[in-house]
Structures are given as structure tokens and as C-alpha cells.
Write a protein of this length. Structure first.
Length: 296
């Protein structure tokens, strides 16, 4: 998870209070533990339980104040722990307290005084849990927090490129970058007449993200960049059909391998990356002008 996205998560989490913070923690723990691993209770009259981590036999309590002084923190911790002792401790011997802020030594000491060994989770601990989620889970959580798509773009792209890099081999020769000067002509060479208008419209949309793709790609070493490009070229070459079918097959291949079929956002960035590679003349038929440029 890149720093801008992590910072956005932090700001959004710290802005949540009351039941909104509790709902967020419930969503987070459902992603982390699954529906069978985490039990959700009603919000009101829950007798001091905001959820149960089943395999740990642990009750969680959430506290999302607007302004938490140490006194308010202590009072809330005392109240929730008393409810836990009276209603849950016999069956569930473990407890956890979760707050919407960075935790202080005094807060740690308070929770420890109530029940030794009890975890106290604050913003940094929550961010660590988010970091360990699967990528599609993290994006789902980001959407629930209304984190803007631009904060996710480079995270998507970096993930795709890292996955492509894992199984790639270094090429024998350096693969050049060729800025497409004749993109409409390239499209005409590779698509049927009936598809051209739609392809050009798609290009207009995804090309807005080419600067993000370029910036992420060129954060890698030259050898790694060539390996990524070669991996895409080889995968494209091994697919069957006309260009349109090959591009769609490759999109589905990467989507199935690295994410999930219903992840529309991931599909968008996979598609943007492939069209970026197409624009560079690394896949598909080249125009005469491009052949003249790249032919020694």
C-alpha cells in the first residue's frame, strides 16, 4: 500500500466516531476473519460486545470518540470491561479494545490494568491489518470509506506490475519505448471497422491514466521494466484469435490470476496497462511509419 493511500485511510479512520467507527471495524474484521470467523452482534443493547473473533474466543469493544481525553478513555474502558466481565468472560476468555486514534502509553497501561495481555488497537494497528488484507479486500474497504479512486490508481498498477514481474524472465535485448504517433492508424490495422469507434472511445478514457502507468513502471530498474514488457508480449503471443480476441483473453487471464472476475476496477487498470503496451507498439501490428522508425 503506497503512502498517499495509507495516509488517506488514516484520515478517514480517525474521522469516524460512534457507530460509524464500530461499523468500520466490523467491516474490517469480516474481511480479515470471514463471516464464519467473526460474529456480528446488534449495535444497541449488545451487553458490551461489538463482535466476536470466534477462533480466538475473543470479544471486541470499539470506542470512537470525537475528542478522547484520558479520563473519558478510562471511563469507557471501565464500562465496557465491566459489561464484558458480567456477560461474556466466562464463555469468551479474551478481550480486545479498539480506538479511532493513535494509542498512548497511558491508554496501554489502562487496558493492561483491566486484563493483562489484552490487545489495544489504534490507528497504526488498524492500518497494519488493512495492509495484510488481500488487495481486492483492501479496495473494497477503501470504497466503503469513500476514498477517492485516484488514491487507488497507483496501488492497483503497482500490484499488477509486481505480479507480472514475479514469473518473468529477463529478455535477451532491451525493449524500447515507442510513443505512438499514429494510434488511429494502429487501431485500423488491428481491429475490424465495426469496432474502431468503440476502441478509440476506450482509448480516450484509459489514456488519462497513462501518466500513472508510466510513473509506476519507470520506478523499476531497467531490467525489471524489460521483464514486465516481455512477460506481456509472451502472454499475448501465446493467446489465440484476432487482435481483439487476444486482448480480451489476456485481460481475463490477468483478472482471474491476480484478482477476481467481478473486480471491475482491477479490470479497468489491467485494460489500461494492455492498451498502454499496445500504444507502444509492443503488441499488435505496426503502421508503416512505426516500422520505419523501429527498423534499423
Amino acid at each position: 500500500m503506497n503512502d498517499p493511500l495509507q495516509n488517506r485511510f488514516k484520515l478517514q479512520i480517525e474521522s469516524l466516531t460512534g457507530f460509524d467507527f464500530q461499523d468500520f471495524v466490523v467491516d474490517l474484521f469480516l474481511l480479515k476473519y470471514g463471516e464464519q470467523g467473526f460474529t456480528v452482534l446488534r449495535k444497541k443493547k449488545d451487553k458490551g460486545c461489538d463482535g466476536i473473533i470466534n477462533n480466538e474466543k475473543r470479544i471486541i469493544a470499539c470506542y470512537g470518540p470525537e475528542n478522547a481525553t484520558q479520563k473519558k478513555f478510562d471511563n469507557k474502558a471501565d464500562e465496557d470491561f465491566e459489561d464484558y466481565q458480567n456477560n461474556w468472560e466466562k464463555k469468551y476468555p479474551k478481550w480486545m479494545f479498539i480506538v479511532n486514534q493513535n494509542i498512548s502509553p497511558a491508554q496501554i497501561n489502562k487496558i493492561e490494568s483491566l486484563k493483562s495481555g489484552t490487545p489495544l488497537l489504534g490507528t497504526q494497528q488498524i492500518l497494519s491489518i488493512i495492509e495484510d488484507l488481500k488487495n481486492y479486500q483492501r479496495r473494497k474497504l477503501a470504497k466503503s470509506l469513500r476514498i477517492e479512486s485516484e488514491f487507488l490508481a497507483q496501488d492497483y498498477l503497482r500490484e499488477i506490475l509486481e505480479d507480472l514481474l514475479k514469473e518473468s524472465e529477463p529478455p535477451e535485448n532491451k525493449i524500447p519505448y515507442n510513443k505512438a504517433l499514429y494510434y488511429p492508424d494502429k487501431v485500423k490495422l488491428n481491429y475490424k471497422e465495426a469496432d474502431i469507434e468503440g476502441v478509440l472511445q476506450e482509448y480516450e478514457i484509459v489514456s488519462e491514466y497513462f501518466i500513472d502507468i508510466h510513473n509506476v513502471i519507470y520506478g523499476y530498474e531497467d531490467g525489471e521494466i524489460d521483464r514486465i514488457k516481455l512477460r506481456i508480449i509472451n502472454d499475448f503471443t501465446e493467446t489465440k484469435g484476432i487482435f481483439k480476441e487476444k486482448l480480451e483473453t489476456l485481460t481475463k487471464l490477468y483478472l482471474e490470476k491476480y484478482s477476481s472476475n467481478d473486480d471491475d476496477d482491477y479490470r479497468f487498470y489491467v485494460r489500461a496497462l494492455l492498451i498502454y503496451i499496445f500504444e507502444q507498439c509492443l503488441i499488435g501490428r505496426k503502421t508503416k511509419q512505426e516500422n520505419d522508425i523501429t527498423t534499423p
